[in-house]
Design a protein around this ligand. Structure first.
Ligand SMILES: Nc1ncnc2c1ncn2[C@@H]1O[C@H](COP(=O)(O)OP(=O)(O)OP(=O)(O)O)[C@@H](O)[C@H]1O
Ligand SMILES: [Zn+2]
Length: 423
């Protein structure tokens, strides 16, 4: 009997000890929480904006506090001096529109959602293809054929369900741009064509929204912010579009996936800096080249032009125009084309490994070989964008129907002759 009482007593003693230890730990935790709160408060004060032209919050989220879940999720950036709770709240109350869910748009969307931007809009008219996956890391194999905007939204929702993501699977053009853009605080240009670049620039100037513009091709990339803090717009620097035949895109020129990652991450960074009013430095053009040393160069941008047709003192462009006509090409445009099956219909018999009735001439040699082409070529086929340039050159010197075969030898190998070697 006494043994049982002794055992009970020692258990009570243990429990009492445990209880007091828990109380002590509880007190220590309270002190630690207080310390962290003070630190956050302090950091928030450091990051108070010093500049007057703040980006107006259009997210309409009106969140004044962070939940426990958000403290845990964003803890590593909350303790950053100059960012803190006030930076996090600004991100939470910011809406950002990403135009293009391709090589640039993918990292932009992932990093902005992960960082806690309150609302992300993602626009893309296209669907996911296997050749996108080498760099468009927001998509995956199971999403082939799915709308890029929807695929991006699915990834974002899995990554951060606190981020409100709106997917627009549409072609952004003059008829819809302003209406959509006006709902956002910041716009990211992650597209790949000149017409959309001018469209976004004009719409952002008209709506008074900063535009974070990026581009990447081959091993190189560029980053600029337009229409921000009194700086220039795209038209101040480039009043006229380049000739359409001088523009090369990734499907023709190629691009290393990491290069789009570098530029996309920098676009996300600039957007975060704008949203949180972090110091951003002067208006610069940042140039990245994977094959140069140093990898980055920064060039001061020319200032805003007083006589800019769009943002100047007496603007002549006061509404969105026809950008396909202005640029001579649009997001969907190519040279006059014929698809491989159409071409197959016109020739016979099929000859393996060589396209029948065709000769293959490198673009550089083409101007010197017009006579040869005249004699021997009925229809032309060279790969990629070169063939579109070739069509333009030939149209100037040859009469008759000159067309570019869509997809060239690669598409021929897919749709007509699976044994035709591709490269
Ligand atoms: N006006 C526009 N409206 C909506 N989406 C656009 C517009 N212009 C371009 N885009 C989208 O921007 C993205 C640009 O990304 P990127 O060049 O990496 O992709 P891509 O066109 O799939 O590449 P590839 O040329 O290799 O097929 C594309 O997904 C394209 O559909
Ligand atoms: Zn301008």
């Amino acid at each position: 009997m006494s043994t049982i009482i002794d055992a009970d007593k020692s258990e009570i003693r243990l429990l009492t000890e445990l209880n007091s230890r828990l109380k002590e730990e509880n007190e220590l935790l309270k002190i630690r929480v207080k310390e962290l709160e003070e630190k956050l408060e302090h950091n928030s004060k450091i990051s108070e904006p010093t500049k007057s032209d703040k980006v107006p919050a259009k997210a309409n989220l009106k969140n004044n506090d962070l939940s426990l879940d958000e403290y845990t999720r964003y803890g590593r950036q909350l303790i950053l001096p100059g960012f803190g709770k006030s930076g996090q709240l600004k991100l939470k109350n910011t809406s950002i529109l990403i135009v293009g869910a391709g090589g640039l748009g993918a990292p932009v969307a992932i990093y902005l959602a992960a960082a806690g931007v309150g609302k992300l809009g993602i626009i893309d008219y296209d669907t996911v293809e296997k050749s996108n996956l080498q760099r468009q890391v927001i998509h995956n194999e199971s999403r082939e054929g799915v709308s890029k905007a929807q695929s991006a939204r699915m990834t974002i929702e899995e990554l951060n369900s606190l981020c409100q993501c709106v997917a627009y699977d549409i072609l952004l053009d003059s008829s819809n741009a302003l209406e959509i853009i006006e709902k956002y605080d910041i716009v990211i240009d992650a597209t790949d064509n000149v017409a959309t670049r001018y469209l976004l620039n004009d719409a952002c100037v008209m709506a008074g929204i900063p535009l974070v513009s990026g581009s990447a091709l081959r091993m190189d990339g560029q980053l600029t912010i337009y229409n921000y803090k009194g700086g220039p717009c795209y038209r101040c620097l480039f009043p006229k579009p380049p000739p359409p035949e001088s523009v090369l895109n990734c499907s023709d020129g190629g691009v290393l996936g990491v290069v789009t990652g570098v530029i996309g991450c920098l676009q996300a960074l600039q957007a975060i800096k704008i949203a949180t009013d972090m110091n951003g430095g002067p208006h610069n053009l940042l140039i990245f080249s994977a094959t140069s040393y140093p990898l980055f160069r920064s060039m001061k941008l020319r200032p805003k032009k007083e006589d800019c047709a769009l943002c100047g003192e007496r603007p002549s462009i006061t509404e969105l125009i026809d950008y396909v006509q202005f640029c001579g090409s649009g997001a969907l445009d190519k040279s006059p084309t014929v698809n491989v099956l159409g071409y197959e219909d016109r020739i016979e018999p099929k000859v393996r490994k060589n396209l029948p009735n065709s000769i293959n001439i490198p673009l550089n040699d083409l101007p010197n070989k017009i006579e040869e082409v005249k004699k021997s070529l009925e229809k032309l086929n060279t790969p990629g964008n070169d063939s579109q340039h070739a069509v333009n050159i030939l149209k100037n010197v040859l009469k008759g129907e000159i067309k570019d075969i869509i997809g060239g030898l690669y598409k021929w190998s897919l749709d007509v002759d699976q044994e035709f070697p591709i490269y």
